[in-house]
Design a protein around this ligand. Structure first.
Ligand SMILES: Cc1cc2nc3c(=O)[nH]c(=O)nc-3n(C[C@H](O)[C@H](O)[C@H](O)COP(=O)(O)OP(=O)(O)OC[C@H]3O[C@@H](n4cnc5c(N)ncnc54)[C@H](O)[C@@H]3O)c2cc1C
Length: 406
């Protein structure tokens, strides 16, 4: 793995149009999911009279605040299918979008620190293999071979007892992924409208007919929510409820270093996940703050505990200076799985609940959500992730495979 210079941006990124009076589809939220959905609506379904409305700036939400980890090693068949579809799309995305997104398949290790972790991890590896997802169970010595700076001694609070390893997993440069989708969507005719907050909806009976925004009323044949932690606010305005809680989730980067960390290491148990960006910053994520909130920052004690765990696992980090910390608002469901599908409102759709792990899903979820919107019918990949599962009880419990315990 080498440090890389960023290439020059192309001349054209995206147009900055005034909103039109109406669109066939209005997408609320220009994060990764909203932008990918707009692109696949245009590309796969020929629907180009589309607006993506963003209350702030494009990708200013969780999309450019995450730690960029991409993997598909989730436990249940339903999750493996959608995350693996996403990973396959990631593998061709740079070519498809014609833009450098620094996708790097450097492998992801999920560490096990207790006997229960070991049992759960081995079970997940077996389940992954049955679903055609590349996964291995490796012992501490093999962990050290893949990541030489990790401490596998048994005299630390949470000794490394082994790890799951997905070689095809990795990272990508998150803001560039958003810009790549935005650029292609804009080229295909999609209007990307920033500083445009959706504040209400208009209806004809049970059917949504448009959105009220800070830039006026905009008519819509269909409305697709992709607003992550703010989805419950929007759903309430539309007259239904979503079972998500919004929590702060923090991350940080160190100053630049030579390349010392060649892979991605995650520990659900001690709530730390680490990779090294192409320029050399160590990128680390923390656990979620337990309280609900909409402030894009978290509590100091959470980041302090995370750093204590990181320094124990990687003693070399004790010499690294912190450059900056930040937080996002993650949308956590009861079963740690997303909601992608129809809503009780006719012609309104929802994509939310990705919690701490929705970056990796962006291509696969955008692809399936676009199908759902175009056909008014879920795609097989997102059918199990309906809102109704919270009524039927057909939950998809991915707490064990989520980025951090919640
Ligand atoms: C610190 C941190 C680390 C993470 N690490 C990882 C990781 O390593 N791997 C991974 O897979 N995932 C990770 N995630 C999770 C991932 O970032 C999210 O699941 C994903 O980005 C969600 O994408 P989105 O497009 O749904 O949301 P967002 O990118 O948040 O986009 C939603 C957009 O909707 C806009 N919006 C909200 N309300 C309105 C309104 N009323 N009108 C108009 N616009 C509105 C917001 O401004 C926002 O831009 C992490 C998240 C955080 C915060």
């Amino acid at each position: 793995m080498n440090q890389r210079e960023l290439p020059e941006h192309p001349d054209f990124l995206w147009a900055n149009p005034e909103p039109k009076a109406s669109y066939d589809v209005v997408i609320v939220g220009a994060g990764g999911h909203g932008l990918a959905t707009a692109y696949y609506l245009a590309k796969n379904h020929g629907i180009t009279n589309v607006a993506v409305l963003e209350r702030g700036w494009l990708a200013g939400g969780n999309m450019a605040r995450n730690t960029t980890i991409i993997r598909s090693n989730y436990l249940w068949d339903e999750s493996a299918a959608i995350y693996e579809q996403a990973l396959k799309l990631w593998e061709g995305l740079e070519d498809e979008l014609g833009y450098d997104i620094f996708f790097s398949q450097r492998g992801v290790l999920n560490l096990a620190h207790t006997l229960q972790d070991v049992r759960d991890s081995v079970r997940r590896v077996e389940a992954n293999r049955l679903n055609g997802v590349d996964a291995e169970w490796i012992d501490p010595k093999q962990v050290k071979e893949i990541c030489p700076i990790i401490n596998i001694g048994d005299d630390i609070r949470y000794p490394v007892m082994g790890a799951t390893y997905q070689p095809r997993a990795g990272i990508a440069k998150h803001d560039w992924v958003a810009w790549a989708y935005a650029r292609r969507a804009s080229e295909l005719g999609v209007d990307l409208i920033q500083n445009c907050e959706v504040t209400g909806f208009t209806f004809d009976g049970d059917r949504v007919t448009g959105v009220e925004t800070t830039r006026g009323r905009i008519g819509a044949g269909k409305v697709a929510l992709a607003a992550a932690g703010h989805t419950s606010v929007l759903a309430e305005l539309a007259g239904f409820r979503v079972p998500i809680q919004s929590h702060p989730l923090q991350a940080l980067v160190s100053e630049l270093h030579e390349i010392i960390h060649p892979t991605v290491v995650m520990s659900n148990h001690v709530h730390v996940y680490v990779s090294q960006a192409h320029k050399g910053e160590l990128v680390m994520g923390a656990g979620i703050d337990s309280y609900n909130g909409y402030g894009q920052r978290g509590s100091f004690h959470v980041i302090e505990e995370q750093m204590a765990a990181a320094v124990e696992l990687f003693p070399a980090f004790s010499r690294a200076h912190l450059l900056r910390t930040w937080g996002g608002i993650v949308d956590v469901t009861l079963d740690a799985s997303p909601v992608v599908g129809l809503t009780p409102v006719d012609q309104m759709y929802v994509n939310c609940g990705w919690g701490t792990g929705g970056f990796k899903a962006v291509p696969g979820a955008g692809w399936a959500y676009a199908h759902t919107i175009a056909n008014d019918e879920p795609h097989e990949l997102n059918r199990p992730f309906s809102l109704e599962r919270f009524v039927s009880g057909a939950l998809i419990d991915e707490h064990g495979a989520a980025a951090v315990a919640h």
